[in-house]
Design a protein around this ligand. Structure first.
Ligand code: NAD
Ligand code: TYD
Length: 352
């Protein structure tokens, strides 16, 4: 029996992870701490809301006094930390929010765990979920490995690189048992429609232009979200303390090829002539400092723990598009902002 704290569990990846852990570990208690920013949506978690081994706690990781009380009350054995500001374009517009949550919030959590565990680290673990964007940008060749030097280039990636450094510093200085993973671009159900794929799906549904930044040649490695949370589960339970693991989908696509493929999938699902959606593609002004290419070498994780991605892009795009088309209410509540009223009525800040 373990008490496990997940931060950011109402977000995209976090909600998939919560489902998996609540279902697969009935003997453990899963606590989901989430501030419910614009990116957090408790609707994502309706299916586990009433599970006996699940508790939702509304609260902010930038509030250290609150975190100390939380650790004192619930005696967490482990932390899987996902709460973050996660969208690069927002980080360009408002970097300070990223520094507060991603850097200060992470240090608050490290300190709260250190103070609560007081050097009794048997059975304890602090897992930081991070990004491949900390490694910077690749040219046409090569892959990020766990040995690649950090070279973050956007406010988002700089904040995640900084938080990774703090996580490692808490191990070297205080002995905190930490593990880190750095993953590539996730996609799948429940992703907020500011990110590329759900944005394109939503705009196709609404007949709006499909904005492709620059010339569309930037390359990303796409990771099916269920494959990612399977890796997190494995690393949390079986990974070696102090190690870093890269997680990738082995699925490199240029943005323009990916968007065109998604357009064709949507035309099929919407029963409209092939080419209809591609006609909406519009090249727009590039993102400032847009990283050219990310690509992950996930050999270490395969060799150490036997993990490999199971779902590739053509299939994953179809599954994603089908989910968004089957859940129009979810999508329209997000795009209209109505989901915020829904949860503000239901959830109060936790008072301890
Ligand atoms: P998301 O934006 O969908 O969700 C983030 C969640 O964190 C939201 O529920 C939000 O309410 C919560 N949150 C934000 N600030 C908070 C605060 N101050 N206190 C408590 N909760 C707060 O993000 P995601 O895409 O699910 O990403 C999860 C993690 O994975 C992040 O750490 C991100 O950096 C990392 N990651 C994501 C991707 C990706 O492709 N989505 C890739 C690599 C790494
Ligand atoms: P995004 O989903 O924002 O992830 P990240 O920037 O973390 O990789 O974007 C994925 C890629 O798609 C990235 O190269 C930027 C590009 N992009 C567009 O071309 N148009 C868009 O409207 C968005 C949101 C992203």
């Amino acid at each position: 029996m373990a008490n496990l704290l997940i931060t950011g569990g109402a977000g995209f990846i976090g909600s998939h992870l919560i489902y998996r852990l609540v279902k697969n570990y009935p003997q453990d208690h899963i606590y989901n701490l989430d501030a419910l920013t614009y990116a957090g949506n408790p609707e994502n978690l309706q299916a586990v809301e009433d599970a006996a081994n699940y508790t939702f706690i509304k609260g902010d990781i930038t509030d250290f006094a609150f975190l100390e009380q939380l650790f004192a009350r619930y005696h967490f054995d482990g932390v899987i930390h996902l709460a973050a500001e996660s969208h690069v374009d927002r980080s360009i517009a408002n970097p300070m929010a990223f520094i507060l949550t991603n850097v200060v919030g992470t240090v608050n959590l490290l300190n709260a765990a250190k103070n609560a565990w007081q050097g009794n680290y048997a059975g304890k673990r602090f897992y930081h979920v991070s990004t491949d964007e900390v490694y910077g940008s690749l040219g046409a060749e090569g892959y990020f490995t766990e040995e690649t030097a950090y070279d973050p280039r956007s406010p988002y990636s700089a904040s995640k690189a900084s938080s990774d450094h703090f996580v490692r510093a808490w191990q070297h200085t205080y002995g905190l048992p930490v593990v880190i993973s750095n993953c590539s671009n996730n996609y799948g159900p429940y992703q907020f429609p500011e990110k590329l794929l759900p944005l394109i799906i939503n705009n196709i549904k609404e007949g709006k232009p499909l904005p492709v930044y620059g010339d569309g040649t930037n390359v990303r490695d796409w990771l099916w979200v269920e494959d990612h949370v399977a890796a997190i589960d494995l690393i949390y339970h079986q990974g070696t303390i102090g190690e870093t693991y890269n997680i990738g989908g082995n699925n490199e696509w240029s943005n323009i090829d990916l968007v065109r493929t998604l357009c064709d999938v949507m035309d099929q699902l919407l029963d409209q002539p092939t080419g209809t959606s591609q006609g909406l593609i519009t090249f727009v002004k590039d993102r400032p400092g847009h990283d050219q290419r990310y690509a992950i070498d996930a050999t270490k994780l395969k060799d150490a723990l036997g993990w490999e991605p199971l779902v590739g892009v053509p299939e994953g795009l179809r599954l994603t598009a089908q989910w968004y088309l089957a859940n129009p209410e979810w999508l329209s509540r997000i795009t209209s902002g109505a989901y915020r009223e829904y949860y503000q009525q239901q959830y109060q800040d936790e008072s301890l």
